[in-house]
Ligand binder design. Structure first.
Ligand code: PGA
Length: 257
């Protein structure tokens, strides 16, 4: 069974004290929620404090990026080992903002996914087409290229494969207030699962596929209600504890039926 996920990607928002304040208000809101993995991905500087605060709660810690090496002369980078020590479980890899603003190539994304597996982290691999590609009907081709280049040469074993999370995030939907429709996202998620079957066979059934891009409390169930969509990766709307709690609660009630 694929456990649904609600992931908060805070991007470069919230200082450490703001992150701690958020947690103090948020944890009460979601105390009674089970069967949904709620993952908080703050900026690196808040990981240590949140790690301590999340102990004994059901909330899970994620990072927004990492380097692929264990250590080395890479000024400004953070290694998988450093994340592990802080109790980080998930790591977002290949977010379109990393690809577009920081030149992260498919090759780098592949190295990072491989490294996440090697160091026992659960990679959240982001893929998605831009507006031009969407309009040219190239969505499937783009997703196939991104997914295959990240995973094709990897054979991490069945247990590791099931740790992978794939987030479908159309670039044109991120931060724009214009999400994909539930129908369209659902078709794409089905297509991604087909690709995963081609790559990794039966393990594909265990891999969670998320939708991301302008998700909010008003539309989250339009996505998570679809058979191949196992949750949401949320930016803007995850910054307010009330909204994030509302979304986690909505998915919790939906899955409970
Ligand atoms: P958004 O961001 O929810 O603000 O559109 C999603 C993301 O970038 O992961």
């Amino acid at each position: 069974m694929r456990i649904p996920m609600v992931i908060a990607n805070w991007k470069m928002y919230k200082t450490v004290s703001e992150a701690v304040d958020f947690f103090n208000r948020f944890s009460n809101e979601v105390e009674d929620i089970s069967g949904v993995e709620t993952v908080i991905c703050p900026p690196f500087v808040s990981l240590a404090d949140l790690s301590r605060l999340l102990t004994n709660t059901s909330l899970i810690l994620g990072a927004q990026n990492m380097h692929w090496e264990k250590e080395g002369a890479y000024t400004g980078e953070i290694s998988p080992l450093m994340l592990r020590e802080l109790g980080v479980k998930y790591v977002i890899i290949g977010h379109s903002e990393r690809r577009n603003f920081f030149g992260e190539s498919d090759r780098v994304v592949r190295k990072k996914v491989e490294s996440a597996f090697a160091y026992g982290l659960f990679p959240i691999l982001c893929i998605g087409e831009n507006w031009e590609q969407f309009n040219n009907g190239e969505t499937q081709q783009v997703l196939k290229e991104q997914l295959f280049s990240a995973l094709e040469e990897l054979n991490p074993g069945r247990e590791m494969m099931s740790r992978l999370v794939v987030a479908y995030e159309p670039v044109w939907a991120i931060g724009t207030g214009t999400p994909a429709t539930g129908e369209a996202a659902s078709k794409v998620a089905g297509y991604i699962r087909e690709l995963l079957r081609k790559l990794w066979g039966e393990a594909a059934e265990e891999i969670r596929i998320l939708y991301g891009g302008s998700v909010n409390p008003g539309n989250i169930l339009e996505f998570t209600g679809k058979p191949d969509i196992d949750g949401a990766l949320i930016g803007g709307s995850s910054l307010k504890e009330k909204l994030l709690a509302e979304m986690a609660r909505a998915v919790f009630h939906e899955r409970r039926g």
